[in-house]
Design a protein around this ligand. Structure first.
Ligand code: FCB
Length: 476
């Protein structure tokens, strides 16, 4: 029995006898969760990414990114959609930030588009791009919203992809130049930085499976991209630290999913371990000085070809916080013929729990399990949940969007985060993905993750019920 259930039963038993009326009502009033339960220093926010919301894909001197390039090719994106306009944040940032303030949101996580500030990836700076982010940052601060910047959320300049992109080791220098520009341009006002958004996602989907930009597939693309990305974790972290030694809190973010062996069968456990090593451990462990998890995923020995003398000393970086991004768990079943992993993920619809519009299982305990797994690493100082949320089919009705499933999803996941926090894990923040409906990569505009609804045809915003709930929750 949980503590909440126990409390309820004891309250019911005692009802009418000894409990003061107010207390009884409070105990019976469902197990409501409040922002204040997480402590007064806990950071609350919403998250977005440049390509997914900005639009203005070639406005004011912006260069092409790999996502512009990829989405403009026929057949890559659901319904041939592009984020050329997206949620038009490039033009609507002022009213959107005002709306954030109206919703009591204290922090906004967003990313810088590399090709907006360096159209060719290196060299010539586009001042108008810098000006745009200055306006966004200043507007946030004016509204008492703390900006949290992700340096890289998947939109590499196409000019650099033409030179090999993440496969080319020269990216260590390109990335240093870019992160230095971000630090010098915005570091006087921005205190919270994330080097990457989900390295496993952008290397896996972009360089192994080819379903995301730049659409490359196979091990010969994936492994060099992985190693250069790992090296750039160090490069980005050190560059920010060097230029902003006193003020910056530097983190990075990882996509994480708790892995379980299908039906708990021992025969599925090896494949589970492989999945865990690839999806959860591959990028964090080198940053913690543990090297790549080759022992638990033998295929990672392919990385050896790309590791140079001295690299191992440059892979670790002492991050101030680790961002975890969780949506679902993964159940793994052995299937020998699958390269590298020798297993498959059991489809969410077979698991008996509700599923989201992405086809992802709703399983709140999964976030607790994966937080505990990460909390066990020595060397992680604190954890911020930098993304969590859900896509459901939303339809406006008389100017309102009723999305009880999303509110419940967020509440139930938050309860599990609080559970881990109460057990002593140092979790210091939570960001809903996402502030507004946006361009969900190869799925286009179909999945709606926002707590604010957006109609791309007319760019009208409607605060969904979940957004109204979040605004109220943040007051308590
Ligand atoms: C994460 C991405 C984010 C968004 C959500 C739904 O993997 O970081 O951009 O697409 O998934």
């Amino acid at each position: 029995m949980t503590r909440e259930e126990w409390l309820k039963i004891s309250a019911i038993m005692a009802a009418g006898t000894m409990l003061p009326k107010g207390l009884l009502a409070e105990i019976l009033a469902d197990d409501e969760i409040r922002a204040s339960d997480f402590g007064k220093d806990f950071v609350w926010g919403t998250a977005t990414a440049a390509y997914q919301i900005e639009g203005g894909w070639n406005a004011d001197g912006k260069g092409e990114s790999i996502w512009d390039h990829f989405a403009h090719k026929p057949g890559k994106i659901h319904h041939h959609e592009t984020a050329d306009v997206a949620a038009d944040f490039y033009h609507k940032y002022e009213s959107d930030i005002a709306l954030m303030k109206q919703l009591n949101i204290p922090a906004s996580r967003f990313s810088i588009s590399w090709s907006r500030v360096l159209p060719n990836g290196t060299g010539q700076v586009n001042q108008k791009g810098i000006d745009f982010y200055n306006r966004v940052i200043d507007t946030c601060l004016k509204n008492n919203i703390e900006p949290w910047i992700t340096c890289y959320h998947w939109d590499l300049p196409q000019a650099l992809e033409a030179r090999g992109g993440w496969k080319n080791r020269d990216i260590l220098g390109w990335f240093e130049e870019y992160t230095a520009l971000c630090a010098k341009s915005f570091g006087d006002r921005v205190k919270n930085w994330m080097v990457f958004n989900e390295p496993m996602a952008f290397t896996g989907l972009g360089y192994m499976l080819g379903t995301n930009a730049p659409g490359k597939f196979g091990f010969n693309n994936f492994f060099p991209a992985v190693h250069n990305t790992t090296m750039c974790h160090g490069v980005g972290g050190r560059t920010l630290r060097h230029l902003l030694p006193k003020t910056a809190k530097i983190g990075t973010t990882f996509s994480v999913s708790h892995t379980e062996a299908w039906k708990n069968l021992p025969k599925n456990d090896k494949a589970r371990r492989y999945s865990d090593a690839l999806f959860n451990r591959l990028f964090i462990e080198p940053t913690l000085g543990m090297g790549y998890p080759v022992k638990d995923l033998p295929a990672l020995h392919h990385l050896d070809k790309y590791i140079k003398a001295g690299d191992e000393a440059l892979m670790p970086f002492d991050f101030d916080f680790i961002g975890l991004q969780n949506y679902f768990r993964v159940l793994v079943k052995k299937l020998e013929i699958v390269p590298m992993l020798h297993g498959i993920n059991v489809p969410a619809k077979k698991l008996g729990n509700p599923i989201t519009d992405m086809g992802w299982e709703v399983y709140p305990q999964g976030i607790y399990d994966i937080i505990k797994q990460f909390a066990a690493y020595p060397g992680i100082k604190n954890i911020v949940i930098t993304e969590n949320g859900a896509a459901f089919k939303d339809t406006p009705e008389n100017g309102q969007v009723h999305d009880p499933q999303r509110t419940k999803y967020i509440q139930d996941y938050l309860k599990q985060i609080l559970r881990a926090k109460k057990e002593g894990v140092n979790i210091t923040g939570y960001f809903v993905w996402s502030f507004i409906d946006n361009f969900e990569w190869d799925s286009g505009y179909r999945p709606r993750f926002g707590i604010v609804y957006n109609d791309v045809a007319n760019q009208n915003r409607i605060v969904k019920d979940s957004g109204k709930w979040y605004a109220e929750f943040l007051k308590k």
